[in-house]
Design a protein around this ligand. Structure first.
Ligand code: CP
Length: 305
């Protein structure tokens, strides 16, 4: 494949190949003083970010550098985008300078698909609007497999602001492809229209779902994407859908708690949960580098289909 635009690009074998390649990369780097592989020497990766990011942007940069690629970090702020230059002209400009791969984050759903029609190189979606964030889902799947040893039959509760969450959309697609059973837990106003056709169960009752979950994935409440009619009261939201220490006690012994970050501590997740041994939040960030190395290697490194 040339691009990674959405999780539907990956069937079960493709997704498993990414996770297995991630594990091989981690093995190859384990114990090395210099955490670098020569695989993408001479290739150029551009990180094209039109929306803010901490984890995704830095981990793609680290991933490309650890594969010995040249990396250009492009942020829309401070670029000629402020003079009105379009996404297409920006991308063609960067490609003319020799970009082999473009990692793109954009507030418009579908922007990476458009980009893929304009450029010759590989395009990786690093989050587009409320649509998808496929490498987040891959690192989440990798983290679950690492902690629980499997994905098939794992019961995953995805909790909170599903409506605005590209992380939820990508995780639903990927985790169900890999055999997990997904339940969405959210207030009715924070579920998307058409959710009935998704391959998931839906619940409005977090307390009923928690004792049956192997994985609880808390979503950030995306205040910047909603108005008061969606989200009337932070305190009420936290009371009904926040994961605090009392609720965490209802989980089975081996259950884990995930969050893609950034977190609203005290809103969807309490500090005592985020910092508990059940939390995989820091591990998710670390795995993000290895998973993105695997994605860049498989797309740009000439690996077999
Ligand atoms: N999880 C995630 O995408 O975080 P950033 O917005 O910091 O990249």
């Amino acid at each position: 494949r040339r691009h990674l635009l959405e999780v539907a690009d990956l069937d079960r074998a493709d997704a498993t190949l990414v996770l297995d390649t991630t594990a091989q990369i981690e093995q190859a780097l384990a114990g090395r003083e210099v955490k670098k592989l020569p695989t993408l020497r001479g290739r150029t990766v551009v990180n094209l970010f039109f929306e803010d990011s901490t984890r995704t942007r830095i981990s793609f940069e680290l991933a490309a550098k650890r594969l010995s690629a040249d990396v250009i970090n492009f942020s829309a702020k401070g670029s000629s985008v402020s003079k009105g230059e379009s996404l297409k002209d920006t991308a063609l400009t960067l490609e003319a300078m020799g970009a082999d791969g473009i990692v793109v984050r954009h507030p418009a759903s579908g922007a990476p698909h458009r980009l893929a029609q304009w450029v010759q190189g590989s395009v990786v979606n690093a989050g587009d609007g409320t649509h998808e964030h496929p490498t987040q889902a891959l690192l989440d799947a990798y983290t679950i497999r690492q902690r629980l040893g499997r994905l098939d039959g794992v019961r995953v509760a995805i909790v909170g602001d599903v409506l605005h969450s590209r992380v939820a959309r990508s995780n639903v697609g990927l985790l169900t492809t890999l055999g997990a059973e997904v339940t969405l837990v959210a207030p009715p106003t924070l579920l998307p229209v058409g959710v009935e056709s998704w391959p998931v169960a839906v619940s409005y009752d977090l307390d009923a779902v928690l004792p049956k979950a192997d994985v609880v994935m808390m979503l950030r409440v995306q205040a910047e994407r909603m108005n008061a009619s969606f989200f009337p009261s932070a305190r009420e939201y936290s009371r009904r859908y926040g994961l605090d220490g009392r609720r965490m006690a209802a989980l089975t012994d081996d259950a884990i708690v995930m969050h893609p970050g950034p977190m609203n501590r005290g809103m969807e997740i309490a500090a005592e949960v985020a910092d508990s041994p059940r939390s995989t939040i820091v591990a998710q960030v670390g795995n993000g580098v290895s998973v993105r190395m695997a994605v860049l290697y498989l797309l740009l490194g000439g690996a077999p289909e």
